[in-house]
Ligand binder design. Sequence first.
Ligand SMILES: [Mn+2]
Length: 452
Amino acid sequence: MIDEHTYRQRRAELARRVGHGLVLLPGHAESPINYRDNCYRFRQDSTLLYFSGLALPDIALLLDCDSGQATLLAPEPHPDDIVWTGPTASRAQHAASAGIDRHAPLADLQALLDQAQAQGRSVHRLPVARGHDGGSECSGISAALLRAVIDMRAVKSPDEVAQIEQALHTTRDMHLLALRSARVGVAEQALVGAMEGLVAARGLHMAYPVIFSRRGEILHNHRHDQTLKAGDLVVNDSGAESPLGYASDITRTIPASGRFTPLQVDLYRLVLTAQQEAIALLRPGVPYREVHEQACRVLVDGMIGLGFMRGNAAEAVARGAHAIVFPCGTGHLLGLDVHDMEGLGEAQVGYGEGQARSPLPGHRYLRLARPVQAGFVVTVEPGIYFNPWLAEQWQAQGLHADLIDYDALGRHMGFGGIRIEDDVLVTEQGARVLGPHIARSLDEVEAACEPV
Ligand SMILES: [Mn+2]
């Protein structure tokens, strides 16, 4: 799918952009659960994956920007490995599969870095959350490398988009399974297990831990300990990872009874309108911040119409009052990471030069604010959440009492939340929702809830 020439081209482009010195891209190590030989599922560092495709533990890539030569550093196999793991590909074979001409034992890494330092050459590094980093006293984080990696990874090639769409096919099946299987009396965990089983049976993994909850107002609710009750809404935020490590990220909101109540219909329609208007705004050059603010205004307009808020929508959004029902951002970049490259620094990835993050509620958790470009894949995921703890806190402070009808909101605490999320490719002409269609409108969702 993505061949060695692609990885060669990416490394050549990276070397060109960084200019001089060495680039060190360390991979992830195995991570023990309780002792060395019993580890969590291995997942490669996404940047090393992007520049090599090698999903092996304990490796590093050293790229000489002056000569353009790359070296794969990997451990020497132990003779006893054949007893435990059987024959495995050699270091030379791994290097060849990624189009890397040189390879050396991982143990040589420190000497190579010391040599570079002695020669006065700079070693460019990225911020790393975890993994091998050579442990030496080289120069710190390289701004040039950070910029180059972010700019390259942000723009997806057709091959990468195809990976995301491949993941979305499994994600579609997973969401349809949940819609079909959700009913009153079913345990959340049973449905989560069914979804994870579907993905695992295809030899794939989840791109992130499943959010599946009748308490959807808790944005990242990873507990699945409840049983669905009549009238519940269930937020299902889950996505499979493609074979090469690309994420998909989809949210649908399910009526546990199979039918939406009148208030759920009103609020669902509102979230869907906000989502569709936000998607319609996406085209190259449009700051994602504007997309977010438009989604917020649509939500507030609707909440005013339904008697939950009052006043002027634009003013409410400017003051951050919408955060009472929508306290997060409208979306983020998607790619090899579900929040793409967030490990490299959310500000560097999501905010351009001169763009400051707003400290206001309803704006401060916006992960992506800068203008989008053709090739960006972003999520668009507005929502409405009835968070009783937040409402209690704000009401006690008298916050935005002129804009928020706390009594009206208070009558519906226990409503839960609604989120509708899709993955969208920015194109030269505008934007395209990726993957196969997944039941989204009220009618489609209710139809998908029918048992087959
Ligand atoms: Mn998302």
